[in-house]
Design a protein around this ligand. Structure first.
Ligand code: FAD
Length: 424
């Protein structure tokens, strides 16, 4: 058998998070030569959980079935068979609202089901599985991108790094996350959407050993996804590590964020104070969270393009979202499927711009819709959404119509549409 022919151009990827690594695998799968530049000294993810809906798992399979197989090894679903198809059980979290509506704290407001269920994992474990499919020499570490010169034609793009080195490639795709330098270069540093803005919410994150969680909450609440709603905040929990650990994210609100740092240490007292008057379940969960940090949640204002010439952005660099619909990383994986296949459809370097243009055309609306609706979801869970507030019937109705468009997407049709645009 003869080896498949490599494409007569090469792509640089900036950033080795979920977006960058899945894109590398997708491009290599399509015989596109690629080099990944990562600022950190090695691949690394934070020690927290991440959830993927069925759309994200389908995208993994479409990029390369090995990603989905690797994910299955480290993925955990709701632990009860009867709860496998559940997204979250939405419950009262704060006492005032439970009483007002004649319910007990912990009472179920609404179960929201997800076809096939969602799967949760530890971020670092998922990344470890994926980097197995990145051959030696493809990733170069300690390379912080500072500038790009886009000459086009035979010259392609010249990447400039903080250590003074440069690299030339046919085109570059920025997967450099919410603080993307590529985005800033592409849009211009004074563009109103060049940088992310504070969303009005911040989060505390933690991991709790499952046996401790069961002791405090009981089997049902500890082992299956829960969302505790209340005025000005909400708290979600789900099982990871095949049920050995319970992942916790507790959200609260503030009008502004004054620090340059987006993750700052805080005290347990401050965290507990944010949830004064909340249920015993919520209090117990918070008590078990050691050394809490506050994570300020930012998102990108919508921009009018994801590409310019031979420079493109995807993942959080293009559409960083708040996490309230648990779909930002899933959208990055979808991006990787569509973009790797569109780039592979280019015959030579002169066709890459059409691939970027088609990517922008098929992906921008969907991914920016996530940013917008995710922010609304944060308000919904905190009884702050205009026209809904704490009205239980309206909350149920809103939840039922909120997630289907994310989970049910036909990604192959999206790619075909992009390919037609490229050829048309
Ligand atoms: P990143 O993970 O930020 O990776 C960017 C990479 O680029 C990093 O490795 C960085 O070192 C590198 N880099 C940055 N700048 C440069 C530079 N100049 N030069 C070279 N390298 C550079 N999404 C979900 O789908 N499900 C969830 O359950 C979920 N939960 C979340 C919970 C919270 C609290 C938050 C904040 C987000 C959550 N998300 C979730 C969103 C998800 O985390 C992101 O969408 C996803 O991690 C983005 O991946 P990325 O690869 O685009 O960016």
């Amino acid at each position: 058998m003869t080896a498949p022919t490599q494409k007569p151009f090469d792509i640089a990827i900036v950033g080795g998070g979920i977006a960058g690594v899945t894109l590398v695998i997708g491009l290599l799968h399509n015989n596109v030569p690629v080099t990944l530049y990562e600022a950190a000294p090695r691949f690394g993810e934070i020690g927290a959980g991440v959830a993927f809906g069925p759309n994200a798992v389908r995208a993994m399979k479409l990029i390369d079935p090995r990603i989905a197989e690797g994910f299955a090894k480290v993925a955990t679903q709701n632990q009860w068979e009867s709860k496998r198809d559940l997204w979250f059980d939405f419950r009262y979290g704060d006492g005032t609202h439970a009483e007002k509506h004649g319910g007990e704290v912990r009472d179920l407001i609404h179960p929201l089901y997800c076809p096939g269920g969602q799967a949760f994992t530890h971020r670092a474990h998922f990344l470890d599985e994926m980097v197995k499919f990145v051959p030696d020499g493809v990733a170069v570490f300690g390379k912080r991108l500072v500038d790009i010169e886009d000459k086009g034609g035979e010259d392609g793009v010249l990447l400039k790094f903080a250590d003074g080195s440069t690299a030339r490639h046919s085109a570059v795709i920025g997967c450099d996350g919410i603080k993307s330098r590529t985005r800033e270069i592409l849009l211009g540093k004074d563009h109103p959407a060049a940088r992310a803005v504070y969303s009005g919410k911040y989060a505390y994150r933690g991991l709790i050993p499952m046996d401790k969680a069961v002791e405090l909450l009981g089997e049902e609440l500890a082992r299956n996804g829960q969302m505790y709603m209340g005025k000005g905040g909400h708290l979600l929990t789900f099982a990871i590590e095949k049920g050995k650990t319970m992942n916790v994210v507790a959200f609260s609100s503030s009008d502004s964020w004054d620090s340059d740092a987006w993750v700052v240490p805080t005290t347990k007292d401050k965290m507990m104070a944010d949830f004064t008057g909340w249920s015993k379940s919520v209090e117990s969960i918070l008590t078990l969270m050691q050394k809490p940090d506050i994570w300020a949640l930012f998102n990108h204002p919508p921009c009018e393009t994801y590409y310019k010439g031979r420079v493109c952005v995807q993942g959080d660099a293009a559409h960083a979202s708040t996490p309230h619909q648990g779909a930002g990383a899933g959208m990055a994986i979808e991006d990787s499927y569509i973009l790797s296949n569109l780039v592979a459809a280019a015959k030579d370097a002169s066709g890459i711009e059409s691939a970027f243009k088609a990517f922008d055309a098929v992906r921008r609306e969907r991914t920016q819709r996530l940013v917008k609706t995710s922010r609304e979801a944060g308000q919904l869970y905190d009884f702050e959404l205009p026209g809904v507030g704490d009205n239980v019937d309206k909350i149920k109705e809103n939840l039922d119509g909120r997630m289907g468009w994310i989970w049910d997407e036909d990604l192959q049709a999206e790619f075909e549409k992009g390919k037609k645009l490229m050829n048309g």
